[in-house]
Unconditional design. Structure first.
Length: 209
């Protein structure tokens, strides 16, 4: 059964405040998103399994632990998810990176996949799906569908800010997926923005409008 984790570490909360602030410019915004992604990755990897091996230190033999679990795949949802990839890679540098792109069909308003490129050993990996904003949850649910269809079995979803509607959508469609959030906000507004949120994450990361 998946769980929802709001990571309220003081460093994350401090940085998230400046990420939210509309006076924070593109360069600083990008750096802060990168830093928060690294800090969240520390938390998201907390349950990684370990195995004991024997090594020689310069002083004696020692039993010591190394990671024993599956390899990791990081998958940003295009485009804003890209802003979180390097931050996660700092802690898991050997991870492979896939990409999933979705657009919203103007008639059905449902997300439709236009791009998916994943590591070729999907079934052998655990996945961290990243997107800064979990709004309605439509894209996240569809991206998880996409990963599962290709054979992924263990998926964690990581975002900076979530609306309750998005959390509920993932829990409903994919109850096995753990959700990691830095800030759980109040609601969505009529334009689909998270309130208070941070505005458009992609525009703020890439300096577009
Ligand atoms: N996507 C964003 O970038 N911002 C929101 O507030 C909601 C969705």
């Amino acid at each position: 059964m998946g769980n929802v984790y709001v990571i309220d570490h003081p460093l994350i909360q401090h940085k998230l405040t400046y990420i939210r602030d509309k006076h924070t410019g593109t360069k600083e915004f990008r750096e802060l998103v990168d830093e928060v992604a690294t800090l969240m990755a520390f938390e998201i990897t907390r349950d990684m399994p370990l195995q004991e091996i024997e090594i020689d230190t310069p002083v004696s033999k020692a039993k010591a632990k190394i990671l024993s679990g599956k390899k990791i795949g990081i998958v940003p949802i295009l485009r804003a998810g890209i802003g979180m990839v390097d931050g996660v890679l700092k802690l898991i540098p050997a991870a492979k990176v896939g990409h999933i792109g979705l657009y919203r069909d103007p008639k059905t308003l449902k997300p439709v996949e236009y791009y998916a490129k994943l590591p070729n050993d999907v079934e052998e990996r655990d996945f961290i799906l990243v997107d800064p904003m979990l709004a309605t949850g439509g894209s996240a649910v569809e991206a998880i569908n996409s990963l599962k269809t290709r054979g992924a079995k263990n998926i964690k979803f990581m975002c900076l800010i979530a609306a309750p509607e998005g959390v509920d959508a993932i829990k409903e469609a994919h109850p096995d997926v753990d959700i990691y959030i830095a800030g759980l906000d109040e609601k969505l507004n009529e334009k689909g923005y998270i309130v208070p949120g941070l505005g458009d994450a992609g525009d703020r990361l890439f300096g577009t409008k």
